[in-house]
Design a protein around this ligand. Structure first.
Ligand code: UD2
Ligand code: MN
Length: 574
């Protein structure tokens, strides 16, 4: 099928044949957007003194305001070079640096030192730069950038990187969506700053929408045939746009995302990454980077390593899609709140409902990846993921639910999403896994899911991976905390006791975890429900806790010994 899909892509409908782009998107899903907002320019008068409201440290103001032609390559961060702060900072400077980190979870102080129009290295392969690489007539795009309390310098740098490194005629509008920020620099100063840039429009959400609804709020005012979304802390590289638009021009059902470079969160160095990483996901429904599968390489290498690569999922923040196709797919599920899961939703939909998703190696866009979000995401990510699983995962949803202990919580109503899936006559999730992401390991049906508790003295010790899953590490014993995480195990019908991809393993010495190999051997266990033994099959020994309750070991099975008895959570009689 995969090969066929590849061939089909060549014969897919032409952009010119797409239906009327000006049709209003229908359905209740966009109702919330009817708030009467229109693209507008601020009427405020340009007044440079107001711009000074921004939090840029005074000493560096000058560099931020200069245009690229007037700064040398030695100015901070030019050509994407790292900026290192001096070791002997004054107390005031240290305070400013700390505050920058706290507000953004990246080094705002360093960002503020760098020109908002800094130069970047051209990371592209020469192959990408050949003029006939893309169609001559490319469709225009609106660039939609949503932000909630973004720093001044990173937001401006994002916009300038679009303006400076895109062909003017391909950008219809840059639509900034202020998702109810409360930072002062994002209000009037922003309006004033962008007043002289006629393509830049600022929309303000009347209340917090979350990034998913904020994007739709912006898309509502888009008029170009292609929508391009960017996070508010990106930097587009030279020639980033054309190869994205080219793919959509050739086939409007192709959704594309760039080769995402890393902007270091501390030094703001613009760094190249492995070109061959694409999007996957795991059974926590978290996005993961995966190496390009071999079958895809075979296809790609036959052409050129810089050819577009099929990708099971996208990271979510940076992508371009035909407006018509986006609307055809019902845009996003508007029940997804604040942050998370929308990237997988759009990825699954794209593949399952007639489109394809590609990573475009020639298109470089940098993004600041941060350690955590500056706002609370966990609750919404959980809720959003449950909606995703309910609508798109069919019988595979259970593998996610095992991981969340079947705690679905209140995830709202998904009837309209299920109806959409039916109306679009989308493929099954099994089809998606088999054809688009065959590399994803499907967990064996678990016999149990959750903690594994020893019943010896006190019965309060649980098997625990000690916070770090790595082949060869001994398995720990810690007081049961009932919070999943390090104490979450699956016992599978195949006899593995799994923590993620790691398996309980006994090779004659210690009981360790080791990458699951699926070959039974040292990783083969049975659970004896009568005696509550966890028996290691090839050695015939039983998993046990030492008499002092400290160590995990195996021993000759003894039905009288409580230290050999284990309680497996959510145990299911096979
Ligand atoms: C990644 C994506 C992000 C989104 C998210 C999953 C990349 C590089 N980033 O997380 O785009 O798909 O996964 O949902 O692929 N924002 C709002 N309103 C909010 C919260 C955030 O407008 O309530 C903005 C925020 O200012 C930023 C964007 O949405 O521009 C994404 O947020 P993020 O940068 O915190 O997410 P990230 O990159 O960790
Ligand atoms: Mn981001």
């Amino acid at each position: 099928y995969y090969k066929r899909l590849r061939e089909m892509a060549v014969h897919a409908p032409d952009f010119a044949e797409t239906p009327n782009m000006n049709e209003e998107p229908g359905g209740e899903s966009t109702e919330f957007l009817e708030t009467g907002f229109r693209l507008r320019h601020s009427n405020a008068v340009l007044d440079k003194t107001v711009i000074a409201v921004d939090t840029t440290p005074q000493i560096f103001k000058a560099s931020s305001a200069q245009s690229p032609s007037t700064i040398g390559n030695n100015a901070p961060g030019e050509l994407g070079k790292p900026v290192h702060l001096p070791a002997n900072m004054t107390e005031n400077m240290k305070k400013a640096v700390d505050e920058g980190w706290q507000n953004n979870i990246f080094n705002q102080y360093v960002s503020d030192m760098i020109s908002v129009q800094r130069t970047l290295p051209d990371l592209r392969h020469d192959w990408c730069k050949q003029p006939d690489r893309h169609l001559r007539d490319l469709p225009k795009t609106d660039v939609i950038i949503c932000f909630h309390n973004e720093a001044w310098s990173t937001l401006l740098r994002t916009v300038h990187s679009v303006l400076n490194r895109s062909p003017e005629e391909l950008i219809e509008n840059i639509i900034l969506v202020d998702d109810f920020s409360d930072m002062a620099h994002l209000k009037e100063p922003l309006d004033i700053y962008f007043k002289r840039y006629t393509k830049v429009h600022i929309l303000r959400a009347p209340k917090r929408q979350g990034l998913i609804r904020a994007r739709l709020f912006g898309a509502r005012y888009a008029t170009a045939p292609v929508l391009t979304f960017l996070d508010s802390h990106c930097e587009c590289g030279e020639g980033w746009l054309e190869p994205l638009l080219d793919r959509i021009a050739r086939n409007y059902t192709t959704v594309v995302y760039p080769n995402i470079a890393i902007i270091d969160d501390e030094t703001f160095e613009y760094m190249t990454v492995d070109d061959t990483l694409i999007g996957g996901f795991d059974w926590d429904l978290a996005f993961t980077w995966i190496p390009t599968p071999k079958r895809e390489f075979e296809y790609q290498f036959a052409q050129h390593i810089m050819e577009p690569v099929y990708s099971p999922t996208m990271p979510g923040g940076l992508f371009a899609i035909s407006r018509v196709f986006f609307e055809h797919l019902g845009t996003y599920d508007t029940g997804l709140l604040i942050w998370g899961a929308e990237n997988l939703e759009l990825s699954f939909k794209t593949w399952m409902c007639g489109g394809s998703l590609e990573m475009i190696p020639c298109s470089y866009v940098g993004h600041i990846f941060r350690q955590t979000a500056p706002y609370n995401v966990a609750h919404n990510k959980h809720r959003n993921s449950v909606r995703l699983a309910e609508v798109w995962l069919d019988n595979y949803a259970k593998y996610f639910y095992y991981n969340i202990h079947f705690d679905k919580g209140d995830y709202g109503n998904v009837a309209s999403q299920i109806a959409l899936r039916k109306r679009l006559n989308c493929e099954s999730f099994q089809w998606y896994l088999q054809n688009i992401y065959p590399e994803l390991e499907i967990p064996q049906n678990p016999v149990s899911a959750g903690e594994i508790r020893n019943l010896g003295a006190g019965a309060n010790k649980c098997l625990d991976v000690n916070g770090r899953a790595m082949s060869g590490l001994p398995v720990g014993l810690w007081p049961c905390h009932g919070k999943e995480g390090n104490q979450h195990w699956f016992m599978t019908y195949a006899g593995e006791v799994r923590h993620g991809n790691y398996c309980l393993d006994y090779g004659g010495n210690f009981v360790i975890i080791f990458l699951c190999h699926g070959k039974k051997g040292n990783q083969d266990w049975t659970y004896d429900t009568a005696n509550r033994f966890l028996r290691h099959v090839i050695s015939t020994f039983c998993l046990a806790v030492s008499t002092n309750g400290e160590d995990l070991l195996v021993d000759i099975c003894d039905a009288e010994n409580m230290h050999q008895k284990w309680l497996l959570e959510k145990f299911d009689e096979p």
